[in-house]
Design a protein around this ligand. Sequence first.
Ligand code: NAD
Length: 357
Amino acid sequence: MEYNIALLKGDGIGPEIVDSAVAVLEKTAEKFGHKFNFTPYLIGGCAIDAAGEPLPKETVDGCLASDSVLLGAVGGPKWDDMPGDKRPEKALLGIRSALGLFTNLRPAKLYPALRSASPLKDEIVGEGFDIMIVRELTGGIYFGERGYRQGKFGEEAFDTEAYSITEIKRIGRVAFETAMKRNKRVVSIDKANVLETSRLWRKIMHELAKEYPDVQYSDMLVDNAAMQLVRDPRQFDVIVTSNMFGDILSDEASQITGSIGMLASASLGDTTRGMYEPIHGSAPDIAGQDKANPIATVLSAAMMLRYSFGLADEADAIENAVDRVLEKGFRTADIVGDSGAAAIGCAAMTEKILGEL
Ligand code: NAD
């Protein structure tokens, strides 16, 4: 099979980790007889420098014309003082919206080999956990009406949360379908004791749950969920939640796995074209020093093969190669923990993964 992949390397460690994932994709293509064509486009700070805006039209058009998109990370101190709508991070909301990506899939998996990297106690972690967070990505308070106005105490700022039945239904369906391919459990997280949007969210999720009798469904309030994630993460299989709650909880879930450099994500819409990216940022503190962990981006590329191209065996091959590298004890600096391993760099880690492929 032949696929066109748009590369958005971005800023900081973005170029290093995307190059690593491209090497892994190329080796996978060679092994399984596919052809991947890669075209780079500018996004984030580097796009501001070169084209005066974080998301040039050429980038959006290029992504729309490709079969899928692989993103590194954007942002850095150089652009921190730019006004809100000119900041590199603005490009992320823009590209998700332009590609109609309303779902964010974020696996939070604790690898047995990295058990000691988790800040949670052994008895809580057990043999590890594997949570899939399904976050709504293009609605809710991040996209609602906002502004400044005169309020009871003078000038005030406001943001608005709104969710339509259509938006809730489509994200709910993704969660139930995902659960059917996993351990058939869905927890929907909301704040239905306070928020009207959450009450509608809960009502629609209950209706959907009836269509999936094989899935064990429950609701949880977001404050309780934040506690339960650290108290007993193994209780979760699939979590579905709104944009803002998902933003916060998925960072918490990633933290309990012990390494931000290990976690992939997929953003999906109605078509097979998705955008795949590590959950971490551009790590300006280690950029250009060959210290970045490329695994989150490599695993994002594996998710692309699985979810956009339906190449499950190829995705498995990449994930198994990563497992073997970790089991053999190879570690980048961020996941050395108390393993006693000598840290290897981004390039060496890439070579190890290629070797296992
Ligand atoms: P960050 O994720 O970039 O870094 C947090 C810490 O984790 C740093 O110490 C960093 O060195 C480390 N780290 C992150 N990824 C790593 C990797 N692959 N290997 C090894 N160590 C890694 O978060 P931050 O410092 O809060 O943000 C830095 C910049 O990234 C900011 O401009 C922020 O806006 C941007 N950002 C971008 C995205 C994105 O592009 N999706 C997401 C989050 C933050």
